[in-house]
Design a protein around this ligand. Sequence first.
Ligand code: T1G
Length: 695
Amino acid sequence: MSSPVSLCRDNDIGVIRIHYPPVNALGQGVREGLQRCLQEALADDQIKAVIVTGEGKTFPAGADIREFGKPPQPPALPDVINEYEASSKPVIAAIHGTALGGGLEVALGCDYRVALDSARLGLPEVKLGLLPGAGGTQRLPRLVGIEAALDMIVGGNPVKAAAAKALGLVDEVVSGDLLEGALAFARNVIDEKAPLRRLCDLPIPGDSGADVFARFEQSIARRQRGFKAPFHCIKAVQAAAELPFEQGLQRERELFVELLLSPESAAQRHVFFAEREVAKVPGLDKDTPRRDINTVAVIGAGTMGGGIAMNFANAGIPVKMLEVKQEALEKGLAVIRRNYENTAKKGRITAEQVEQRMALIQPTLSYDELGDVDLVIEAVFENMDVKKAVFSELDRVCKPGAILATNTSTLDVDRIASFTQRPQDVMGMHFFSPANVMKLLENVRGEKTADDVIATVMDLSRRIGKVGVLVGVCHGFVGNRMLHKRQAEAIKLVNEGASPQQVDKVLFDLGFPMGPFAMSDLAGMDVGYRIREELRKEDPANAPARNWTDELVEAGRLGQKTQAGVFDYKEGDRTPVPSPDVDGIIEQYRSDNGITPRAISDQEILERCMYVMVNEGAKILEEGIAARPLDVDVIWIYGYGFPVYRGGVMFWADQVGVKKIHDKISEIYQQTGDPVWKPSARLAELAEQGKGFNR
Ligand code: T1G
């Protein structure tokens, strides 16, 4: 098999080309080829300088992540880079696309770097729970200084070519033909006999005292709570400031291996692939035709409808927004404009972009104006009668082939589809609030939804910047179905003696952005209350029993919006404060229900809140509501802030141990007889086989 790396000569300049699609990842063959081609170039007396460049869409975008977890194969990337740095002939990296991770580290092993103006350069290893392990933490500070190096390595975000030039990371930015620019630069290096510039020989410019690192660590402590890699990154850069180069490389290696073997990095690498795998729907032929989506309509200009409309305007897709009253329409548009203006104030978009996006949102009061749209998303009140009225109208006015989507978060998508003559064109697109911010989109396939509709909506998800996950029809689909189980367990724990703040702290410490009760207060307690009351009317036998949270709502304690919910909130402050009034309501509830409160351990809280979700996730997989455990993981990370360094609910279960979880669930089921604790067959099977969900 031909090598993915080749050397050719352009007069007295050697050009090393990497051809390993899709991203020229530095797999074993590439590393071997780089090493071989450099040796050939050094042995060729006609070659006076060497250029390294990537074919296709990008300069190498990093080590080959698929090799992690497997036995390392020589040559090791750090060794290859050290050979480039030791080259007796000048080496120039010609960069386009995204020079990331090990790719940028290869470029740092070169004497000079030339970048195309559209290129981006970065060290995103921290997002995989790693650190630049091929010299990046030692070479980058020597080129750009400690502060800039820490920003790039700990932040993990790429910088554009122009910014890289300003930092000194890039020596020249070219437009048009990259190779032509790089050859001209190399010609210049030869003619001017420019010196070799090995970064290992450079002193670190600027301030590199220990307090720089302490200050930086302090600045990230809150945001990076629970992560390991960012703090190891700081240690590695500090080694560059405090140790000779070779020892610094050694320290970097030690810290890198610690992270590579850590459960956090395994989780983050799992998420990296999972968030790409979810777009590939098992059983859906990749050649399934897609329908063109050029114009969209959103029904409803409320919080959800407005947020949904913004997603399409942000992607440059014209979107009609329909309301039944002019006043509601104007209010919705005003909210959207305010959102854009706030974003502009933060410098994320320009004033001109605000106007461009507002112009793409076309208000209307008439269904008759929807005859030309390719997709309609309904975001009206969560009531089946209202949905019926809307979908009957849509069926009447929309052109054949238009996709009719509902944003419902709990109602039956198949029943909604039955209100039309075209159930094959109907599916759910469940956005998460705030819809213009949250990345998760649960795409709900109805029983009759056509494959091309599914494929179209899954592609569209990525086009509007969402992570689309395909799910089936059931109450709450995947995310909310599991969330409702956790919420019910959290309430039971308080009934039995725990305090709301104790329950919240356990899940906060696991890594959630907030606990279940603070989350209820944020969303509004009345939302869940209305759903429970609706169920109590429709199906009293199966509806959830009343509990103390109902009494809070009936006492007007709706959450943050009333500065009182499960917790109290000071004016303009979102910090939850335990409330003596709520404690009294809980005590009264226990007394009325003959419950003698007991001390409950944090471990019991963690197991009951998390294992009940693992069991529900296993049932969801059994029923085919989610196709793979990784779909459930991605939903929880992008929909509910599950800590990415724990990989998602099902990945976390694997790390805890499926058998251990199964045995605990069985024990609780025997103690309580509560059907929610009946071990799922899938869980029992995996426990029996000694397997995991993702393994
Ligand atoms: N290794 C293996 N496969 C990779 C890969 C990588 N580094 N990067 C992308 N892919 C695959 C990806 O799974 C997908 O596969 C296809 O390429 C297209 O990716 C020693 C240890 C480069 C910005 O973290 O950020 O270097 O689904 O859909 O939207 O210090 O991919 O088609 O089968 O994302 O155009 C550091 C990760 C590694 C960069 C392109 N590097 N990649 O985005 O396409 S660790 C990274 C990205 C390291 C060293 C350390 C993005 C992209 P499939 P895609 P895209």
